[in-house]
Design a protein around this ligand. Structure first.
Ligand SMILES: Cc1cc2nc3c(=O)[nH]c(=O)nc-3n(C[C@H](O)[C@H](O)[C@H](O)COP(=O)(O)OP(=O)(O)OC[C@H]3O[C@@H](n4cnc5c(N)ncnc54)[C@H](O)[C@@H]3O)c2cc1C
Length: 377
């Protein structure tokens, strides 16, 4: 099913493109160099309406759905993978779907309005792919929950204000144990920001650790049902995977554009390298990967916007798009030869960032696991 954009979607895409080219492109290389999250660009993205994309007006959003969010992120990520963090975000969806009015007012609405930033705290040192193996524990004490544990690889640990945190819980009436999800913030006693990873990929994303040491969280901060928090986690991951997929798509498109430009300028053996069939076929394969990823992503987004569950569709979109993006960015470097490896040329950043996306939000192996599990249900 081809994606035929409405006039409004074309306008959104054009505004995103304009912002990406004029405001993100000139900064992208320096942000990578400094490894600093560009908060001012989040404010600009809010002014342009990107943060409100995909949320209903009653929460301060601009309407639209996951499709509009993906269209914007794709354009931003043609310039920098940080587009997936600066622009639209699915992070208010968990709170909104919980119908917890106090949390909606305290966190979701300010988040959509660009006043606060949020992050997801699922991963722990011993619980990556196996999200159910977390050790963080929440124990009820009077009118609060007391959380103890460590979270790792949390994107935004250094700059986010509020966090989804998964923790083991026990129903005191029945003795049943499970995992629940809490909304915490940095102002809560016992919440500590840990070290930020020193990494060569997705620089500026501020991915690091969080420590919860007798962190006192108000009773009403739990979202979803006691012990059934993995439903919240997995539902958010269905959408988060699509965001990773579309970020990878944007990177692949940006890398292809650079490779095409270079191939038309670089002269070897008396001709531009774009005239060699070997280069032409690489470009053709790159374009094919991009178009296939695009079809999978926008199909999944349309299904989600139509109210469908997209566990399998987002898994294969994420698997294909992130793997394809690695191939495309690798070929783009190959086409640019030695220049492709020069830091100042700027294409190595696409390759490094694409590499991270086939691990974040579930590795490629885990996406295959999800797809086969859905097939065999
Ligand atoms: C850029 C980036 C951003 C991130 N942001 C966040 C964030 O904001 N919040 C958050 O909570 N987490 C975040 N993470 C963590 C991310 O979700 C985990 O890194 C990911 O789920 C993999 O976990 P792991 O690194 O512990 O690898 P492991 O789970 O230890 O896996 C190691 C290897 O074993 C393979 N493997 C594991 N289990 C199986 C299996 N059953 N079958 C086959 N192969 C298997 C994996 O595919 C992988 O190749 C981020 C990670 C990255 C790289």
């Amino acid at each position: 099913m081809p994606l035929e954009l409405t006039e409004e979607q074309k306008l959104i895409k054009n505004i995103a493109r304009e912002f990406a080219v004029t405001e993100l492109r000139p900064r992208a290389q320096q942000i990578d160099e400094d490894d600093e999250f560009p908060m001012d660009l989040v404010y600009r993205a809010t002014e342009l309406g990107f943060r409100g994309a995909g949320y209903p007006e009653e929460y301060g959003g601009n309407g639209g759905g996951l499709t509009e969010q993906c269209l914007i992120i794709e354009e931003l990520c043609k310039e920098s993978a940080l587009g997936a963090l600066i622009g639209p975000s699915i992070l208010a969806t968990g709170i909104i779907s919980s119908n917890n009015q106090a949390l909606i007012e305290k966190y979701a609405i300010p988040f959509i309005d660009g006043k606060i930033l949020m992050a997801m705290g699922w991963t722990e040192p011993q619980a990556g792919s196996d999200a159910s193996n977390i050790q963080t524990r929440a124990v009820k004490e009077g009118d609060a929950w007391i959380l103890n544990g460590n979270k790792s690889f949390i994107t935004g640990s250094s700059w986010a204000d509020a966090f989804y945190i998964s923790a083991r819980t026990k129903d005191e009436q029945t003795g049943e144990e499970g995992i629940s999800v809490f909304i915490t913030d940095k102002s809560m006693p016992g919440f500590q920001e840990g070290a930020v990873c020193h990494k060569y990929w997705w620089r500026g994303s501020g991915t690091g650790e969080i420590y919860l040491k007798n962190c006192r969280v108000p009773e009403g901060s739990m979202i979803g049902t006691l012990n059934k928090g993995l439903h919240v986690t997995f539902s958010m991951l269905d959408q988060g995977r699509l965001i990773c997929a579309v970020a990878a798509l944007g990177l692949a498109e940006g890398a292809l554009e650079k490779a095409i430009d270079y191939s038309k300028q670089r002269i070897q053996f008396g001709k531009t390298i774009s005239q060699f069939q070997a280069i032409q076929h690489m470009l053709a394969d790159m374009k094919l990967d991009i178009e296939a990823a695009k079809a999978l992503i926008y199909n999944a987004a349309a299904l989600k916007d139509a109210g469908k569950r997209i566990t399998m569709e987002s898994a294969y979109a994420k698997l294909f798009s992130t793997e394809a993006s690695k191939r495309v960015c690798d070929n783009a470097i190959q086409i640019c030869g030695g220049m492709g490896l020069d830091k100042h040329f700027g294409i190595d950043r696409y390759y490094r960032d694409a590499r991270a996306l086939s691990i974040a939000e579930g590795t490629s192996q885990i996406q295959r696991h999800i797809i086969s599990r859905e097939l065999l249900r």
